[in-house]
Design a protein around this ligand. Structure first.
Ligand SMILES: *Cc1c(COP(=O)(O)O)cnc(C)c1O
Length: 401
């Protein structure tokens, strides 16, 4: 079976992890700082803070942005639940604004239309690797005093063009913080893992403190324990200044992350080749729609994480489940990403969200199917996926006629 996504782990990945395990450092050693520094340089940000997963990164982003009770956080419904859950973690209200039907990312016009004065942050998601329209989203959000967080879990190593200039995901000025995931299904992996990047030293410092229980060891930040008798500040001394978490990433995961980062350009170029091959192969099939870019000039710059086709199952007179089963019977895996988050039972129960709230995302959900996309795919695998999908569309079209 060709899965819809798969990590690439080679000898070099194995050897850096083994070396790290033998070095004596298992966690919070030199590899964490090195990974953070190299990652920040790679994306073009001033600071990077490594954490145990991207859900933790989003949670810390909320805390650092001082989002809390009484605040609203707007995100895209076409995402993994974590992009919205982070708002609920801090007792803010997660809310959803519809996607743009071309890029499947948060629509800036809809964002402006649905703005309310309690919006404290916007979490823009780079769906499938195509960036959200960050300049337009930042204009809407910042004019109204909100913080902009880019959930770039799908877009590590990606770029986009704006006003004739290329901007790197994580390294442009339209997001106050950008979060990445290194889960195995994502473009580069550390097993579990995540990163927050920002140009703000204040944000980065607070995220670092909150990553380890809100503890500081910086003497200039100490306020004391209150009693003169407790004032000896020896080498053991630290202070907990606010309530934080254990969101650390281990040293051996960062060693893997460093090696994966060095392989990232190769991963991305292979993903782009596969996407180009799929786009060409599916261009002439009437019942499918291939992924489109908001800015067609951007063709070579997105770092594709998913390849999602829109398939008109109604026209094919076939359910998506039957279509997926038919592909699976021929050895082709597929996946549906995403069920619009506002329709999840918890969101309906907590906030009363209903079908019809985000029609474009709901329409996309009824048609979307993600096909296999990962750097280890061979030419034969690509051919197999193409022929199987095309064949199934032909068979279904014939029977429905
Ligand atoms: C994977 C993903 C996350 C969560 O990442 P974890 O590292 O699994 O916590 C958040 N947002 C999006 C868009 C994702 O795809």
């Amino acid at each position: 079976m060709i899965p819809y996504g798969k990590q690439s782990i080679t000898e070099s990945d194995l050897s850096v992890v083994t070396d790290c395990l033998q070095s004596g450092w298992l966690t919070t050693g030199p590899k964490v700082a090195e990974f953070e520094q190299r990652f920040a340089e790679f994306v073009g940000a001033k600071h990077a803070v490594a954490v145990c997963n991207a859900t933790a990164a989003l949670h810390l982003a909320m805390l650092v942005a001082e989002v809390g009770p009484g605040d609203r956080v707007i995100t895209s419904p076409n995402t993994f639940v974590a992009s919205a859950n982070c708002a609920a973690f801090v007792d803010a209200k997660p809310d959803f604004v519809d996607i743009d039907p071309v890029s499947y990312t948060l629509c800036p016009k809809a964002l402006a239309q649905h703005w309310t004065s309690d919006v404290k942050a916007v979490v823009a998601v780079d769906y499938a690797g195509q960036t959200a329209d960050m300049p337009a989203i930042a204009r809407v959000a910042r004019d109204r005093g909100a913080v902009v967080i880019e959930d770039a879990c799908h877009a590590v190593g990606g770029q986009f063009e704006h006003d004739g200039t290329l901007h790197r995901v994580g390294g442009h000025s339209w997001a106050d913080m950008t979060t990445f995931s290194f889960h195995p299904v994502k473009t580069m992996t550390t097993g579990e893992g995540g990163m927050i990047v920002t140009d703000s030293e204040i944000y980065a410092e607070r995220a670092r403190t909150l990553r380890t229980h809100g503890i500081t060891r910086q003497p200039d930040e100490f306020i004391g324990l209150g009693e003169p008798a407790l004032n000896e500040r020896g080498p053991w001394y630290y202070e907990m200044r606010e309530l934080g978490f254990n969101y650390r990433l281990t040293d051996f995961q960062c060693a893997l992350g460093l090696n994966q980062l060095s392989r990232l350009p190769e991963f991305i170029s292979r993903r782009r080749e596969i996407v180009a091959a799929y786009n060409e192969a599916f261009a002439d099939i009437e019942v499918v729609k291939t992924p489109a870019l908001r800015n067609p000039a951007d063709r070579s710059t997105a770092s594709w994480h998913l390849y999602t086709l829109q398939i008109d199952f109604k026209k094919l007179e076939m359910t998506r489940s039957d279509f997926m089963r038919a592909l699976a019977n021929r050895g082709v895996g597929s996946q549906v990403l995403y069920i619009p988050v506002h329709l999840q039972p918890w969101y309906r129960e907590q906030f009363g969200y209903e079908l019809g709230k985000c029609p474009h995302a709901e329409q996309l959900y009824s048609r979307t199917l993600s096909l296999p996309l990962f750097p280890g795919m061979s030419e034969a695998d690509i051919h197999m996926v193409v022929e199987t999908v095309k064949g199934q569309c032909r068979i279904a079209a014939r029977t429905s006629r």
